[in-house]
Structure formats: C-alpha cells, structure tokens
Design a binder for this molecule. Structure first.
Ligand code: SAH
Ligand code: SF4
Length: 373
C-alpha cells in the first residue's frame, strides 16, 4: 500500500505554510516546525512541544518524517567520508553517494540530486551508469540532515559549512526538488547557510539556469571543460543542444541577478592530450575574459571503462599559469578521497559491487590532501 501522507522533509517554508493553512494554523508555525526538524533534530511530531496538542495530532496524522537509509560509510585516509544511501521508497539497487570533505575551517558536503545521470558526459562514471531516478527534496535535504547528525556525533561543532551539488546527477534536470532543498539549506530555521556557500553545478542546462534567475540566490558552477563547441560537444553531449555562447549568456544573466560581489565558478576537468594544451588554455582565456568567475581546474580522475588519462602535473601547472598571467582567478582542485572512489566523477552508487569493499572498514591508503569545492 502506498503511503499517501505528506513528507515533512519534502517541504520548504512556503510549502509548509500552505499545508498549515489547510489546518487553519498560522503561517509562522512553519518556522517552529522547521526549527524542530533541523535545529532540534526532532523527528517525533508529538514532541514538538510549542505546538498545541491538537495541531500536533493533525500534523502527525497527515505527514511522516522518514529519511534515506545510510547503507555504508567509508573514511578515506585524508578524512573524506563517503556515505552510500538508499533514497526513500527506492530499492537498494538505487543507491546514491554523498561525500563530506573536511578542509581547514570548512566541512563541504557534496550531495547527489539524481540516481545516475542522463547527460552521458564521456569522462564521468555517473554518466556512464545512465539515469535511474530523480531524488525528491527529502532525499536531497536528508543527505545533509544525516551527515549533520554524523558530524555532531563525531564532536564536530562546525557542522556542514558548504554544500555543493556535485555528487551524482544533474541538479537542473531535477529542478523543483533541488530548488526546494536549496531553500531549506538557506533558510535560517533549517540549515541557515549563506547563499554563496551553496553551489549548484550544471553541465549546461540553459533553461534550468534561466529558471534559477529570480528563484534562488545560490552560487552557480558551470562544467565547461572546453573552450570550443566541437570539443565540448564530444565531452559534454548536451552542448549540442545548448552551445557555449548560449550557456555563458544565461550564466552571466544569472550572475547579474545576484549582484556585483558574486562570481561564477567554471569547472574545467583537464584530460591528458584532450583539453590540456597551452592553446586550450589561451582559448579559455579568450572565452572567459569578460566573465566574472573563478576557474577550478580538476585533474581528470580515472574511471573504469575510459581511455582518458590524468594530465601530467607539469601541464596542469602550465595551463594554470596561462590563466593567472591573463588575470583569470584559478585554482587546481586537489584530489580528495580517491582511495575510496569519492573524487569528482567517480560516484556511481553501485551497491552490489561495493558491498564487500565497504564492510564499514577504515581505508588507510595514502591520499592527497586538498578540496573538492
Ligand atoms: N552534473 C553536474 C554535477 C555533478 S558532476 C555537472 O556536471 O556539473 C560534478 C563535477 O565533476 C563536474 O564538473 C564534472 O564535470 C566533474 N567530473 C565528472 N567526472 C569527472 C572525472 N572523471 N574527473 C574529474 N572531474 C569529473
Ligand atoms: Fe551527469 Fe555531471 Fe556526470 Fe555529466 S558530469 S554525466 S552532467 S553527473
């Protein structure tokens, strides 16, 4: 029998207010309920003591508060933690991965927005896996809720400081659930993160970027990877539909809606002999000269079944030097968690193949230090 009750973790403040209106309860009650769920971490509605007994009874009868199930947790040598989770209502063959990246004063959480991905970028493990399902808001915010609880249990008082939608899936292909999760990440009665600390990363779904304008104020990262359409279409097939000029125009327009102090992030995965030459770097300079952005250079993380190779560190540095010399802000993103396949593009959520490997053990392999966000 399917559960017809509303899922409280699916509701942002606005949706919660609409639900409360049906019960003739005041809209400001929404803030109280959010604080119970996200600050007090109270899942039992009958314990929400500043609501009247009758209101608690009505809410309890009409809603539930289930969360994704944590199937496994692994810790890399560099402290990166990868969680394998089963989304609400889906079978174990639909697992997703969530990665926590501690780095100095930050705890960055990399969340998944879909099970698999339909966009088929040729260098990405999630893309090779294909699309299985969209996540609901409760699955997305649930990843953050669960990891926040884990950090608390570990005695980490900072909690999650940044969230990036760079896990499995294309966030803008699952627009409303992702936006509602972002609302909750930004809401002071829920996670209360500053808007520049939440980043949506997209392979370039232009209608989604357009729809973000006026809808949210989170940061935006564009997975660019090439400065010309011919090469980009090979690496990121969605480029055939939304070519670079159109993509950059929509991204700049979104940035304009955020005000003068914000910047875009451009992600550029460097693949040996494919897009890592000095000529590629110069083309990128030409393309981004008038775009207010930081460029994240990501050395390709090897994945199964791909002939692509990681670039030489020397060519990464030379590439970066060209960008810096022309005044483009750029960092080389250090590989994190790759001993547990938690680095960018390595997420596949394969339960069967992974089960034995996980087994709750701590992985003591050597890993490089750095940041994924
Ligand atoms: N679908 C979104 C977000 C998830 S992918 C997007 O494409 O932006 C997060 C980032 O990891 C993207 O920039 C993606 O291009 C990059 N990535 C994917 N596979 C990779 C790999 N094997 N090595 C390095 N980066 C990779
Ligand atoms: Fe999907 Fe992003 Fe991977 Fe492309 S890089 S296949 S959009 S998850």
């Amino acid at each position: 029998m399917s559960d017809e009750r509303l899922h409280l973790f699916d509701l942002n403040r606005e949706a919660l207010q609409a639900f409360l209106a049906r019960l003739d309860a005041a809209p400001w009650r929404a803030g109280q309920i959010l604080k119970w769920l996200y600050h007090q971490r109270e899942l039992d509605i009958s314990c929400m003591s500043n609501l009247s007994r009758s209101l608690r009874g009505e809410i309890a009868a009409l809603t539930h508060t289930s969360l994704p199930e944590v199937l496994e947790e692994r810790v890399a040598a560099d402290g990166v933690r990868k969680f394998l989770m089963r989304p609400i209502g889906l079978g174990e063959d639909h697992a997703i991965e969530t990665v926590l990246i501690p780095d100095g004063s930050r705890n960055t959480l990399c969340v998944s927005s879909q099970v698999g991905c339909a966009l088929g970028c040729t260098f990405c493990a999630t893309g090779k896996q294909g699309f299985s399902a969209n996540l609901r808001t409760a699955d997305i915010i649930g990843q953050a809720w669960l990891v926040q609880g884990r950090l608390k249990a570990l005695g980490d008082a900072r909690g999650i400081t940044n969230v990036v939608f760079m896990g499995m899936g294309e966030p803008l292909a699952n627009f409303e659930p992702v936006m509602q999760a972002v609302d909750l990440l930004l809401d002071d009665c829920a996670f209360g993160l500053a808007n520049h600390r939440v980043t949506i990363s997209t392979a370039g779904l232009v209608p989604g970027i357009e729809a973000m304008t006026g809808r949210t104020s989170s940061s935006l990262a564009i997975s660019l990877h090439a400065a010309d359409d011919e090469l980009r279409s090979k690496l990121v097939p969605i480029n055939r539909k939304y070519p670079i000029r159109q993509l950059l125009a929509s991204a700049k327009n979104y940035l304009g809606s955020l005000g003068p102090r914000r910047r875009l992030t451009m992600e550029y995965t460097l693949i040996r002999g494919v897009n890592d030459s000095l000529a590629d770097a110069r083309a990128l300079v030409g393309l981004l000269a008038d775009v207010r952005c930081n460029i994240n250079l990501i050395p390709f993380n090897p994945i199964k079944g791909s002939h692509f190779e990681r670039p030489l560190m020397r060519s990464v540095r030379e590439f970066q030097r060209v960008l810096l010399a022309s005044g483009l802000a750029s960092i080389v993103r250090k590989t994190r968690g790759d001993d547990i396949d938690a680095a960018c593009g390595q997420l596949v959520g394969r339960v069967q193949a992974r089960r034995k490997l996980f087994a709750g053990e701590r992985i003591q392999a050597v890993a490089a230090a750095g940041s994924c966000a």
